[in-house]
Ligand binder design. Sequence first.
Ligand SMILES: *Cc1c(COP(=O)(O)O)cnc(C)c1O
Length: 422
Amino acid sequence: MTTATDPMDSLASADPEIARLIGLEEGRQRDSLEMIPSENYASSAVMAAVGSVLTNKYAEGYPGARYYHGNEFVDIVESLAIDRATALFGMDHANVQPHSGAQANLAVYLGVIKPGDTVLGMKLDAGGHLTHGHSVNASGKLYSFVSYGVERETEVIDYDEMLAVAKEHRPKLIVVGATAYPRLIDFERAREIADEVDTVLMADMAHIAGLVAGGAHPTPAGNAQLITTSTHKTLRGPRGGMVLCDSKFRRRVDRGVFPGHQGGPMMHVIAGKAVMLKEAATSEFRAYAGQTVENARAVAETLAEAGIRPISGGTDTHLILLDVTTIGLDGQRAADSLERAGIVVNKNAIPFDELPPMTGGGIRFGTPAITSRGFGTAEAHRTGELIAEVLAAPDDEAVAERVKAEVKDLCDAFPAPGIPSA
Ligand SMILES: *Cc1c(COP(=O)(O)O)cnc(C)c1O
């Protein structure tokens, strides 16, 4: 007879090296302010599903139509995930199998357009994503991408440019959605533009999906016929992706995922997505999404008051892009100095950046993870002050030490969900 043991105990005896590293990473996540805007703390419930025996199951195909046997239970798991996703986002169909946001995007491209077709997406240096046509990515290699950006003056999406480029190039698909853009996206306007050139609108809501679910950002549903997302960013689920679409695109999207470019689905992760989708439909999550935006506003305002310029002047979302060139820094130096003080952000290009991508003129950060800890507006404001202190003295060890100690106190007072205390 076997007895149940703590999975971490069995890992520690089977592979002490990996167990020790996981322990160290747990400590890092517990004791620092995780402000990379695409990161979050998945709940213990989500992690339990991901760590389950569902990892053992092969289930190529879709519920009720599999290539393997023994799918009676995983079929129900996947159907639950699909039903919860369509209900939460108000779309006809969901494919919950994409291994990540990048795979969700590739699935739409493979299923809906043909190699060589023209696609209109957002410029990378304006906040667009690699999978929106970068030359090193499959999207840029297989399709002919043209792009729109932001207005130089306001740093807000230039919808007139979107329309003009759409009229000139007649794309088969228009992609909206960004990875480093702090303002609301006007899906209604994007749909008008798509209709005007008789094309289809895809919204990549990877960053903002949790805000959409919680009513803190307008939904692309009703305007975009195709919606892609990651599941681990503001949605706070397991690492993965998802496509939502109108019934008209159901078959094409499903075929774009499998057999288009994926093999067997990760049923353990799909179970985690189902748990996340249940959590994201609660009133607690609604409050979380709203507070995440409030907190980002408080951080952005505090930094603006300290004389460091947020791109576009502020934020409507969970995300802040900060121009650090005006205080004599580059993104690399700014992010390094903050990391020494226990605040984790990433360097990022800013619109019309004059610095190379390896340094970048800005840093990108946000409030999804600190809000999951329970930070309110007061703590967010204080976090903004701490960031400003570090950036004002990026090489000062004493400042870094002092801020790091206060970060530790904040982390102790607001424990990270899903992480055992030290
Ligand atoms: C993060 C992101 C992706 C890719 O998601 P992964 O899960 O990292 O593959 C795609 N599009 C946008 C806009 C993103 O922000």
